[in-house]
Design a binder for this molecule. Structure first.
Ligand code: GYE
Length: 350
């Protein structure tokens, strides 16, 4: 991932987050019973066979620990479903945990998987930085790690086997390129941006790709940009504030469908017509987003596929069989305008 290189320099020591967050926070603020309950729930919520690592011991069954970001969006729900279904189909025993968008919960989950001696750990890092300590623990325990969906910003590439997911910079670029084309020779175009979770790879990269695509067109200006945390309620709230302080918004660029859908509610409540008075561009192309696009309330959606389950199981099997896997596996994706959404909707899988 050479494009991440500049950020290593900017971020300095990638260890900071983890070392600060672990022992002190949980020991000081969580009652012992609550800590135990958390670890117990991490173990309980997967389809846990109760067996210890087996693939390495010569049995066929692979035990995977998956630390999910949360359930913040339609995309995430589809992603979780894909992973659970693919695990079942591939005969992989899945231990699954939901971190509720908190890095400390993901670190707890991963540590618990290490203690349980799973065969492989996969996770979608909620933010990019602060993973080196826990990944080093997994490496020392000889448990391979596969990054799924989101990347980590770490200089040590030996801490994980591969990274499977989308090219988020490209997604942002596609969104920006559509806007450049759509606005043609129009005068000033005022854009407000609803960013994803602060510090998350898709938020950083989608912002970067969009900025890059519009930079040769100074009439297109991002006049406000704030995080809506990838949620519908977050998108609505931030959009309400944007509408109050900016009378001349032409375009909303939302880093995911859910925030765009929240923005639609805010725009309608303000007496404006989404898709017409204010154009909306989003990323993901989940069912609700595609429906709003087909209905004319969104103008363009860049696809980001959540269906990573099959590839993840496949890569895990290869890694555990000692095969070499590519260090980066990029998901193939397209984009939709309103007519294309109408045509695609009946056969959409998510
Ligand atoms: O776009 C958003 C979700 O990491 C690609 O996370 C994922 C993003 C997705 O919350 O809807």
């Amino acid at each position: 991932m050479p494009r991440r290189q500049p950020r290593f320099d900017r971020m300095g020591d990638a260890n900071d987050g983890v070392t600060q967050m672990e022992a002190p926070v949980f020991k000081k603020f969580l009652p012992v019973a609550a800590s135990i309950a958390l670890v117990a729930s991490l173990t309980a919520c997967g389809s846990d066979s109760g067996s210890q690592a087996s693939a390495a011991a010569g049995n066929d069954e692979i035990v995977m620990g998956f630390a999910q970001v949360g359930a913040e969006s339609g995309w995430r729900t589809a992603n979780t479903k894909s992973i659970q279904e693919s695990a079942k189909a591939a005969g992989v025993t899945l231990k699954f945990s939901d971190a509720q968008q908190k890095q400390e919960n993901q670190i707890k989950a991963i540590r618990s998987y290490i203690q349980q001696k799973v065969d492989v750990i996969a996770f979608s890092p909620v933010v990019e930085t602060g993973w080196d300590t826990i990944l080093l623990e997994a490496k020392r325990a000889k448990i391979p790690v596969i990054l799924t969906d989101r990347a980590v910003d770490s200089e040590d590439k030996t801490l994980y086997k591969t990274f499977l997911g989308s090219d988020f910079v490209l997604e942002g670029k596609k969104a920006g390129e559509w806007l450049v084309k759509d606005s043609g020779s129009a005068g000033a175009v005022n854009v407000v941006e609803l960013q994803g979770t602060t510090g998350a790879a898709p938020a950083i990269d989608r912002k970067e790709g969009f900025a890059e695509a519009i930079k040769a067109n100074p009439q297109i200006k991002v006049i406000a940009s704030q995080t809506g945390d990838f949620t519908r309620s977050g998108g609505k709230q931030v959009m309400e504030a944007f509408l109050k302080s900016n009378p001349d918004i032409d375009v909303v660029y939302a880093h995911n469908d859910d925030m765009g859908l929240g923005a639609i509610e805010a725009i309608e409540a303000a007496g404006k017509v989404p898709g017409k008075d204010i154009k909306i561009i989003t990323i993901d192309a989940v069912k609700d987003g595609m429906q709003a696009l087909a209905d004319g309330k969104i103008n363009y959606i860049v696809e980001c596929s959540p269906l990573l389950g099959d590839q993840l199981m496949d890569l895990s099997k290869k890694v555990l069989a000692g095969e070499t896997v590519p260090e980066r596996v990029v998901t193939e994706e397209s984009a939709f305008d309103q007519a294309q959404a109408k045509a695609a909707l009946p056969t959409r899988k998510y």
